[in-house]
Ligand binder design. Structure first.
Ligand code: UD1
Ligand code: CA
Length: 455
């Protein structure tokens, strides 16, 4: 059985009031359409066609995925018309599943149950009971509960408007039968559109039993029309992610103040305080504690690490038992070995710090290699950039750097060397030497401070 998926994404999305196509607005850091494509892939799609309209070029660029077939629908003449555009791309498929680029939270489990019912009928619909069905197409069933047709809100009689079972729009159909039904669509209805929903009555007229499946949660079939709905679905998505993490053994001090925009793999007994944001691909080991207001992006955090409040960690690897923060910034290509301490107002970039080394206060260390048991004092700056090129600083094992030191790279501090406070290092320091470049202290005795002039 070959499964094709058609994702409708040609709508203008006027209510977003945006220059950006609706399906490119982000939910949990990923375009709405990206979520739908993910769901299609995880239920085993052999081919995925995206029907685009407004802003199509941007959509293709943003999603850059060679496995997708892009189909243009220049004029939005209705959902049926949109599916017709994609049918040539479905020619080799047995089944066609129709999804929507602005319905991002559909789960693969739900699609699998729809596909299951679709294996017993040439047409199966995903439907749901809504207390307030206003605006949706209604599922009309006969006295034995068999599906007869779908009637759109604007075409419905007062009786039909009372029906609370609605059409989510998501359906699966046998490809060859679908082609036949689509060929017969007309736009003689209240909106002058080619309704995909009209295929239901056609299947019934041909003696088929149209089946249905239901989602586990209503949010799975909710579409995004404006930014208020986008925010609601974001919260819903985040609360599901938070619940999954807590079930995996993570303590979230407040699940409503935790955000995941990407993939997080966690060990056991991880504690995450409020307002923590995880982005991209992040791995966190066992017994890690993360303080409030920390952002971690595309990084690995080893076992037993403590990250105190207000840290920003990006493209970094933090070795086990290290302590970071509060207020530390680890920029890309920072690699810390075990038991490293990085303290407040310290910025690291493209730097390896070996085991047991400490940079505890007010420093910038970039393009550097820091050996074992090195202590870098407060206010140390690697001058790594001459305005054109970047240069490396090497701190060998057991180096001690006094406070307020500048290291003009390229420069190397030999093993066990000491750099006195206030030194500007411009030449390599030999192992075990003391480097000093500060002006000798002098005294003017009995110094009288200036006094304010009388007015
Ligand atoms: C459609 C269904 C309705 C269902 C509702 C669920 C039809 C005729 N009606 O309503 O029964 O309850 O969805 O939300 O199918 N689109 C295109 N090209 C078009 C028209 C639409 O790509 O020419 C896309 C839109 O981008 C959107 C989706 O199809 O993602 C649904 O379109 P929309 O106009 O929101 O739905 P309705 O037609 O009102
Ligand atoms: Ca419409």
């Amino acid at each position: 059985m070959k499964l094709g998926v058609v994702i409708l994404a040609a709508g203008q999305g006027t209510r977003m009031r945006s220059a950006r196509p609706k399906v490119l607005h982000l939910l949990a850091g990923t375009p709405l359409l990206g979520h739908v494509i993910g769901a299609a892939k995880s239920c085993g799609a052999d081919r995925i066609a995206v029907v685009y309209g407004h802003g199509g070029g941007h959509v293709q660029e943003a999603l850059a995925d060679s496995e997708l077939t892009w189909v243009e629908q220049a004029q939005q003449l209705g959902t049926g018309h949109a599916v017709i555009q994609a049918m040539p791309a479905m020619a080799a498929m047995d089944k066609v599943l129709v999804l929507y680029g602005d319905v991002p939270l559909i789960r693969p489990e739900t699609l699998n149950s729809l596909l299951q019912s679709g294996s017993e009928s040439p047409l199966s619909l995903l439907t749901v009971e809504l207390p307030d069905p206003a605006g949706y197409g209604r599922i009309v069933r006969d006295s034995t509960a068999g599906i007869q047709r779908i009637v759109e809100q604007k075409d419905a009689s007062p009786q039909e408007l009372l029906i609370t079972e609605i059409n989510t729009g998501i359906l699966v159909a046998q490809r060859d039968r679908l082609e036949g039904w689509l060929a017969k669509l007309s736009n003689e209805n209240a909106q002058g559109e080619y309704y995909l929903t009209d295929i239901v009555a056609m299947a019934v007229a041909e003696g088929e039993q149209v089946l249905s499946a239901q989602p586990a949660d209503i949010h799975e079939v909710v579409g995004v029309n404006d930014r208020v709905q986008l925010a609601e679905l974001e919260r819903c998505f985040q609360s599901l992610r938070a619940q999954e993490l807590m079930r995996q053994g993570v303590t979230l001090r407040d699940p409503a103040r935790f955000d995941l925009r990407g993939r997080l793999s966690v060990g056991r007994d991880v504690e995450i305080d409020i307002n923590v944001l995880i982005e991209g691909d992040v791995t966190i080991g066992d017994n890690v504690r993360i303080g409030a207001n920390t952002v971690i992006r595309n990084s690995r955090i080893g076992d037993g690490v403590q990250i105190f409040e207000n840290c920003v960690i990006e493209d970094a690897d933090v070795g086990g038992e290290s302590k970071i923060g509060p207020f530390s910034r680890l920029r890309p290509d920072t690699v810390l070995a075990e038991q490293v301490h990085i303290g407040n107002f310290v910025e690291l970039k493209k730097t390896r710090v070996d085991q047991g080394s400490k940079i505890n206060h007010l420093s910038y260390v970039g393009d550097s290699i820091v050996g074992k048991r090195v202590n870098i004092g407060a206010g140390t700056i690697t001058c790594n950039y001459d305005g054109a090129n970047k240069f490396q600083t090497v701190f060998s094992d057991d180096v001690f750097i006094g406070s307020d030191t500048q290291l003009v790279a390229p420069v190397e501090i030999g093993a066990g060397a000491t750099v006195g406070a206030g030194t500007t290092v411009t030449r390599d320091v030999p192992p075990h030497a003391l480097a000093l470049s500060r002006v000798k202290q002098s005294h003017v005795m009995n110094w009288e401070r200036p006094k304010k002039k009388p007015k």
